[in-house]
Design a protein around this ligand. Structure first.
Ligand code: MTE
Length: 379
């Protein structure tokens, strides 16, 4: 047991997890390697509705912790009648569910904000997104066993990673509203996941246990989950109280005024053509992904592609399955001419979500979902 900043971390070994993280497991472009932050080439990403683990982006704020599954314990405390300490084999006794959900980083497409003014952080292109099947236990079932008290309003999660923040070391944390946490049955609000695409959760993705919160930005899906705390307020963890908010400036008042981001926004990208590619004038087949807004029941209604700076648009054909909180793939045949400088894609969904021509710049470069514009040359 290691004590860090007053947080009890159990099952956490003290050496780095290099042995569990073989570079060969991943086919990603790593933006940073320590910690590991990588995204796939878009052409590989849009090959299938389910993203294979090797092409699934990794976003981590600290080196992977090495966790001994035999020593691992999940603590459930806060506004509950019966605090729990659960081993993995005890968690396995709960009803197991498999869901499909798209995970996307709030910073996906961050790099595009730099055209207006520089933004810090991992310089993500459009690959910080992936769609996988997730197997595990409904958070609602665990909370039911613990017994929720009347005052419960939010459920906070804490990871077993150790992130260096100035002088202190903090875990990654998140929280979600209690109503989302308690969703179960046809729609599971949050899942405690032990398997990804049918195999043991890879260490990059949170082995042995992570949250997956369908419809919410990836930052709410805490990896290497060690603690769940039921609370009357959102988490005080840095990644809820300060980071992952839309602010123009990074003064204390800006952080205080802005609320945490929960749902992801509709988004889309072209995956079949590389930026700056040289195309031959005439018909071109394009394909890509489109993600509806992270609201229950939101369906992609239209994906439109333009080769003439938005003067005319061609409707794309949607492929892949339609499931809540999951992306779809699309394909379109368009004409490019010597006038074509960009391929543009935009989309709208049944919840009223749409991709605007431009989104206002924000200091942390989150939620970039303007028309996806891909510069090309045409011969
Ligand atoms: N959980 C922990 N413990 N530490 C982290 O750094 N990153 C978050 C989230 N959960 C993070 C975490 C962010 S910002 C994202 S986008 C997703 O994990 C990425 O999940 P993935 O690496 O499995 O794709």
């Amino acid at each position: 047991m290691i004590l860090t900043s007053g947080v009890v971390l159990t099952g956490l070994a003290q050496r780095p997890a290099a042995a569990q993280t073989s570079a060969a497991d991943k086919d990603l472009i790593f933006r940073t390697t320590e910690p590991r932050n990588g995204e796939p080439e878009l052409a590989k990403l849009v090959q299938g509705w389910i993203t294979p683990n090797k092409h699934f982006f990794v976003r981590s704020h600290a080196p992977n912790p090495e966790i001994d599954p035999a020593e691992f314990r999940l603590h459930v405390d806060g506004f509950v009648r019966r605090p729990l300490t659960l081993r993995l084999d005890e968690l396995a006794q709960f009803k197991q569910h498999t869901i499909t959900a798209t995970l996307t980083c709030a910073g996906n497409r961050r790099i595009e904000f730099n055209q207006e003014a520089p933004v810090g952080g991992v310089q993500w292109e459009a690959g910080a997104i992936g769609n996988a099947t997730w197997t595990g236990v409904a958070l609602a079932d665990v909370l039911q066993q613990a017994g929720i008290q009347e005052a419960a309003r939010h459920v906070c999660f804490e990871g077993l990673d150790q992130i260096q923040k100035g002088e202190s070391t903090i875990p990654f944390g998140a929280s979600i509203p209690i109503d989302k946490a308690l969703l179960s049955g046809r729609e599971i609000g949050a899942l405690l996941v032990t398997k990804m695409n049918g195999v043991t959760l890879p260490v990059d993705h949170g082995f042995p246990l992570r949250m997956v919160v369908p419809g919410y930005i990836g930052a709410r899906s805490v990896k290497w989950l060690g603690k769940i705390t039921v609370s009357d307020r959102p988490s005080k963890n840095h990644y809820v109280a300060t980071a992952y908010k839309i602010v123009k400036q990074t003064e204390a008042l800006d952080w205080a005024e802005a609320g945490p981001i929960y749902r992801f926004l509709i988004n889309a990208a072209i995956g079949s053509v590389d930026e700056g590619a040289t195309l031959t004038a005439g018909p071109v087949e394009l394909s890509g992904y489109v993600l509806p807004t992270g609201i229950a029941g939101a369906k992609v209604e239209r994906v439109m592609v333009s080769t003439d700076a938005g003067q005319s648009w061609t409707a794309a054909e949607l492929t892949g399955e339609t499931q809540d909180y999951c992306w779809r793939l699309w394909k379109a045949k368009v004409q490019v001419t010597s006038q074509t400088e960009q391929l543009i894609v935009r989309a709208q969904d049944s919840s009223g979500g749409f991709m605007p021509a431009r989104v206002p710049w924000n200091a942390k470069g989150y939620l970039q979902n303007s028309w996806f514009r891909l510069p090309v040359q045409v011969q």
